[in-house]
Each structure stands twice: as C-alpha cells, then as structure tokens.
Design a protein around this ligand. Structure first.
Ligand code: DC
Length: 245
C-alpha cells in the first residue's frame, strides 16, 4: 500500500488551448485519473440535439431539465489506453467532437441547472483525490481547494490553427476562418456567461503556451510540482512509479 499523499490538479483555460494534452500528460506521469469535464457538457449537448431540445436559436430548457437526470455519463479506457466518453452506455467519443456539438456544449454549459448537476458529478469524481480535471471552472468552482491550479492561455489564431489541423487530419472539410470565428465566439460566450464564467482563479498559475511545445509545458508543470510538493512528486514523477490506494 502506498501512503503517498494525493492531490487534485485543475487545468482551466480557453477552448483549444491544449488543456487536455497537458492534463492527460500529467495524469499519466502521476498515475492519476484524467477527467475531461468538457466532454460531459458535450455529452449533454449531444443528448439534447438528438432529442430536438436545441435548435439554431433556442433551447427547450424545460425538457432538458426534466431529462437531465436520465443522462448518465461515464468514462472508460479503450484498448489503446485512451479515455472515451459514454452517454447512457453508448460510446459517443467521436460524435461529441463535431463543431455542432461543440457549439451546443457551449450553449448548454451556460444553463445553471446543467452546471449544477455536472459539477456535482465532477466533485464526486474528485472526492478521493488523485484527479487531473480540465475545463473552465475547475479551479474556481469544482475544486476551489485543488492543490495545484493551472490556467492555460494562447492566442486565438494559434488555437484556431491547432483545432483546424486536428479536424482536417480527421477528414473534416472546414475553412480556417470558420474555425477561428468559432474559437472567438466560444471565448466570448465562455467568459461572459452569467453562470461560472471562465476566469483565472487567484491562486492559479497562468501559462501562455502560444510558443511552447507540449514537452516544454509538461516540463514546466512538473518543475512546478517538484517545487511545491517536492516530497510528493520526487517519487511520483518517475513514470515507472505506480501509485496505489
Ligand atoms: O473543453 P471543451 O471545448 O470540450 O468544452 C466544451 C464546452 O463546454 C465549452 O464551450 C465550454 C464548456 N465547459 C464549461 O463550461 N465548463 C467546463 N468545466 C468544461 C467545459
């Protein structure tokens, strides 16, 4: 049995900032559980789209509120050790990554009762610590006591280029301008919404990664962990070290 102290790590920031890459990389190094909170909002959006509760202009909040307790979201690791999102038992990992669902997620995530329910589930997931969760409100609302909070930023053009390359590689046919407009639109909505808008927690460490590689960013956070929790991380940062309850 390993008595090593576990911590929770919050990774927040704008869309397409590479939050998940950093959060996943950290979780792997520490042998912690990675949780993609955005995938949960996307799953709710997919469910709402399928049920006709979201149109171009409106959201049928009453039906969504009545139906939200029927939405069961889970994460499972596939054969390649990649985490995939399940909606009521169905693997929806690919289906939640479209622009349509991203826009729907941005809209349903502005609704108070949706946030309340998902935050409740996220807090439950982090109750035993040992979680790296990425999102928008993890350091401010979900885990205000997280031992380490990272706030990632990058220029909108850099983020749009990353998202554009990712989507084109998957065979999606898009214009760069369309992706850039989408990034800016989501920034605006994420930062100005009344419910849990995106902002940097006072005690979060800001990292502008416009000009950093993934390895450089991970090294930065690892150095930070060592500085803050030397004892804890000296042992954990070794990739061959596994942490058990
Ligand atoms: O990180 P993402 O693009 O997968 O997130 C999808 C949407 O969900 C995004 O518009 C913001 C929202 N979101 C949120 O409001 N709070 C979170 N903790 C995570 C995501």
């Amino acid at each position: 049995m390993n008595r090593m102290k576990k911590i929770n790590i919050a990774v927040d920031g704008f869309s397409s900032c590479g939050k998940s890459t950093i959060a996943k990389g950290l979780a792997k190094k520490l042998d912690y559980t990675y949780i993609d909170s955005g995938a949960m909002y996307r799953a709710v959006a997919l469910h709402a789209i399928r049920n006709g509760w979201i149109t171009e202009t409106e959201i049928d909040e009453m039906s969504l509120q009545q139906g939200i307790s029927d939405i069961k979201i889970a994460f499972k690791t596939n054969n390649l050790r990649h985490q995939e999102t399940y909606l009521n038992g169905e693997n929806v990992e690919k289906k939640i990554r479209t622009l349509e669902v991203a826009n729907g997620a941005s809209r349903v995530s502005a609704i108070g009762f949706v946030r309340k329910e998902l935050v409740r589930q996220q807090q439950e997931m982090g109750r035993k610590k040992g979680v790296v969760m990425d999102g928008r409100d993890i350091g401010t609302v979900v885990f205000p006591d997280a031992e380490l909070k990272i706030f990632l930023t990058a220029l909108p053009e850099v983020r749009a280029k990353r998202r554009f390359d990712e989507m084109t590689a998957k065979g999606e046919n898009l214009l760069f301008e369309e992706v850039l407009a989408n990034v800016k639109e989501r920034d605006e909505r994420d930062t100005t919404r009344a419910e849990s808008p995106l902002y940097k927690a006072d005690d979060a460490i800001e990292l502008d990664n416009s000009e950093f590689t993934v390895e450089e960013q991970l090294q930065f956070v690892v150095d930070l962990l060592i500085r803050l929790f030397g004892d804890l991380t000296n042992n954990q940062i070794n990739e061959s070290t596994t942490i058990y309850d």
